[in-house]
Design a protein around this ligand. Structure first.
Ligand SMILES: Cc1cc2nc3c(=O)[nH]c(=O)nc-3n(C[C@H](O)[C@H](O)[C@H](O)COP(=O)(O)OP(=O)(O)OC[C@H]3O[C@@H](n4cnc5c(N)ncnc54)[C@H](O)[C@@H]3O)c2cc1C
Length: 397
């Protein structure tokens, strides 16, 4: 077990923390650094893996976008994009943040109506999403087939970053005298003791005033240790990397064929990263490459990316990981109904990396101020599932 703390021996030996964060992925580390910035003196981050950022975070595509369809997701994005821009300025190349934009295109009347409605919402919230004609689309992304396209939406401050770099940047902003990061330490039980929570781990027990559940796809299991019920489920998602001979140089926007759901971006060193999320994929823990992903791609990719249609995909250059999913494709951020000092920060699906800065700030405000002032967290409250009051995000990739 690695314990990263320079001056924390006293409180570590006392095994008491103000806040225990379960999970050292993008979310857990973003929460820990925000807690430290808000003045919390003793935060312990626990992760069962030998290093931080080895869960879903390590498998992500790195996409960052403000083009969502609900106000809360747009708000989390705009806040986080500004924070990534600051991190990129302060940490240089570490973050690998490339604001090449996201480009959604469609050839379908209903698709156009949906993209325009989303654009109107985004613009009403201060996001400069633009409508592009097929000619403008062709200039931004020459690999797209333009025939029949009605147009698409583009937001220039969207882009992609390096998930590992984001983890390192968040970690670099966790001061070691305030945040202790313990890896190789699995949380095995939680039980209330007065107003505190006792956290049983493979490295020993801890007592904390607050526990934050940032366990990604495992968040439901961690919550269940305290008798808390949250509908976070693991769903396998896949990515493929291909190289094409005679590729035009330079980056392109993250291109989304909204009519099929296929997503393509160019890698820095050349080659393309391809994603597709089959909405019918069942929940499960398997993280081996799904053969059905390759079948889906061979059927769908030619629709808008003809140069990639006949390129053989080498399964050794593909990988899969888990989305921590919820039924309405929104995260759960807030206290559990069953225990007000157990804060859930999980269920971010395919946008946990890009929303990590906002999530961190939201949780830090809940703990240090008793309420979140930066965001209206009502749509993300844990009770919405029991109440049957869900707001569905439809731009799910
Ligand atoms: C193929 C793929 C592509 C993706 N693309 C994007 C993208 O482009 N943009 C984007 O924003 N998001 C993307 N995502 C989603 C993103 O990866 C997740 O939403 C995000 O990583 C969730 O972060 P997290 O910190 O909640 O979870 P994780 O990174 O899984 O971190 C949770 C941590 O909790 C630890 N843990 C769990 N249980 C315990 C326990 N009992 N005790 C101690 N530690 C525990 C785990 O070891 C893990 O490190 C993608 C995901 C996949 C799989």
């Amino acid at each position: 077990m690695e314990i990263v703390s320079l001056s924390g021996d006293l409180w570590m030996n006392g095994e008491r923390a103000d806040v225990v964060v379960v999970g050292g992925g993008a979310i857990g580390l973003a929460v820990a650094r925000a807690l430290a910035a808000a003045g919390v003196e003793r935060t312990v981050v626990l992760d069962m893996e030998p290093a931080v950022g080895q869960g879903s975070t390590a498998r992500a595509n790195g996409g960052v976008r403000a083009q969502f369809t609900t106000p809360i997701n747009v708000a989390f994005s705009t806040y986080s994009i500004a924070e990534f821009e600051r991190l990129a300025r302060e940490h240089g190349d570490l973050l690998g943040f490339h604001q090449v934009g996201y480009l959604f295109v469609t050839a379908i009347e209903d698709g156009e109506a949906q993209l325009r409605a989303a654009m109107d919402l985004q613009r009403s919230l201060g996001v400069d999403t633009e409508w592009l004609t097929p000619e403008e689309i062709g200039r931004k992304a020459p690999l797209l087939r333009l025939d029949g396209l009605r147009g698409g939406t583009f937001h220039a401050r969207d882009g992609f970053l390096d998930p590992h770099g984001a983890v390192q940047a968040f970690r670099a902003e966790c001061p070691p005298d305030r945040v202790s990061i313990r890896t190789g330490d699995e949380v095995t039980g939680l039980r209330p003791r007065g107003r505190s929570i006792v956290v049983a781990t493979t490295g020993g027990d801890l007592e904390a005033d607050w526990v934050v559940d940032a366990a990604g796809p495992h968040a439901g299991e961690v919550a269940a240790m305290l008798g808390v019920d949250i509908p976070v489920q693991p769903v396998r998602r896949n990515l493929a990397f291909v190289r094409v001979s005679d590729e035009p140089p330079g980056l392109i926007p993250m291109c989304i064929d909204a009519d099929t759901g296929v997503l393509v971006r160019r890698e820095l060193g050349g080659g393309y990263l391809i994603a597709y999320s089959n909405p019918d994929d069942p929940p499960g823990w398997d993280t081996s490459l799904d053969p059905r992903f390759l079948e889906d791609l061979s059927r769908l990719i030619g629709n808008r990316f003809p140069t990639l249609r006949d390129v053989p995909i080498d399964p050794r250059q593909c990988w899969a990981g888990l989305y921590p999913e919820t039924p309405d494709h929104h995260a759960i951020v807030g206290p559990a109904e069953e225990h007000e000092r157990f804060i859930v920060c999980a269920g971010f699906g395919g946008h946990g990396l890009m929303h990590a800065p906002a999530a961190g700030t939201a949780v830090a405000e809940l703990i240090t101020e008793g309420r979140c002032s930066t965001f209206d967290l009502h749509p993300l409250r844990a009770s919405r599932f029991r109440e049957g009051d869900l707001v569905i995000e439809s731009a799910v990739l």
